[in-house]
Design a protein around this ligand. Sequence first.
Ligand code: PLP
Length: 409
Amino acid sequence: MALVNEHYLKLPNNYLFADIAKKVNAFKVSHPKANVISLGIGDVTQPLCPAVIDAMHKAVEEMSVKSSFKGYGPEQGYMFLREAIVKNDFLPRGIHLDANEIFVNDGAKSDTGNIGELVRWDNSVGVTDPIYPVYIDSNAMCGRAGTLTDGKWSNVTYMPCLSENSFVPKIPDHRVDIIYLCYPNNPTGTVISKEELKKWVNYAIKNDTLIFYDAAYEAYIQDPEIPHSIYEIKGARKVAIEFHSYSKTAGFTGVRCGYTVIPKELTAATLDGRRIPLNPLWDRRQCTKFNGTSYISQRAAEAIYTEEGKAQVKSTIDYYMTNAKIMHHTLTKLGLQVYGGENAPYLWVKTPDGTGSWRFFEQMLYDAQVVCTPGVGFGPSGEGYIRLTAFGSRENCEEAMERITKWLK
Ligand code: PLP
């Protein structure tokens, strides 16, 4: 008899975005003529830039000729991409990485979800709250999160990020083995300063804590003082794994490519106190369970580091950030409390008069035909907030703001 992994049975019934889709579909069935605008799910809308498309076409041509055809590639990613990453994403910030510390993947979701395989199931976990749900759910799936009661997992330390603490999480007053940080943050759109990040690195060094740092939105940072990588902080190489994604940087949500950085100095302990480097363990894991990202996707990713690629990617990011500005301006003028949206493509909006997140989601859907994401779906501290994304088209963004203005006025 095959016994099921019962940890899966502890997970809340549905994935947040499946719940939202169900409610939106129900609305559409009863209002077939309504033109619903989604500012909910964090998917991009603008096409891939020309430099990426050219590189993909070239790669397809190579695949069509026997002499340049590629089969399985290296599980860790092609060296041309790993070297381009080291040279463009890190060297200009004074971070010296070896290409072997970069693991190319099919996007950050897989690795942020799978990285927990490297550490024992009984480590304690800390998350800022609200948070990208993959971190907690993936820990719940292997039993590390414990049991779920009243929306909280028993083995997880929640670090609330609220308007009351300006969304700066308080460092725990006790030891936590693994901490997830995500900056710029999904869902709150807030960022972390170098001084605050330094405190986390120092906490990790002092407490022998492993930090999983998700930098999926670093390309959206506008303020030159905000760190793009945790490795900008001294000592971080010994305590942190960092995740990057081309999904929001370059519109790769449907192409699939990202990478994970595991520095060679980074170790975790065995029960008898030996220190084990995690880089070779992840290499071993990838060779066993991952057969590499497609050659075409990796050539596409390489193209964003060319001069044209950089300029084109920046122009799309500027487009989304102009949306964010328009949204921030309109919603603030309406008297709402709006956070984020300045160094991130997300706006985190406090619902008026203490309205619950799901209630406000439904009101906005039925009264303005605009879809947002209820903040509570990202964790208990998200109650009383909603998330809006700047990833829509300009027209939709402007139309949505007009409708919300009419509705709330
Ligand atoms: N990390 C964060 C914080 C995200 O918001 C997302 C996607 O929305 C991801 C990782 C996953 O991105 P992908 O798998 O498309 O690279």
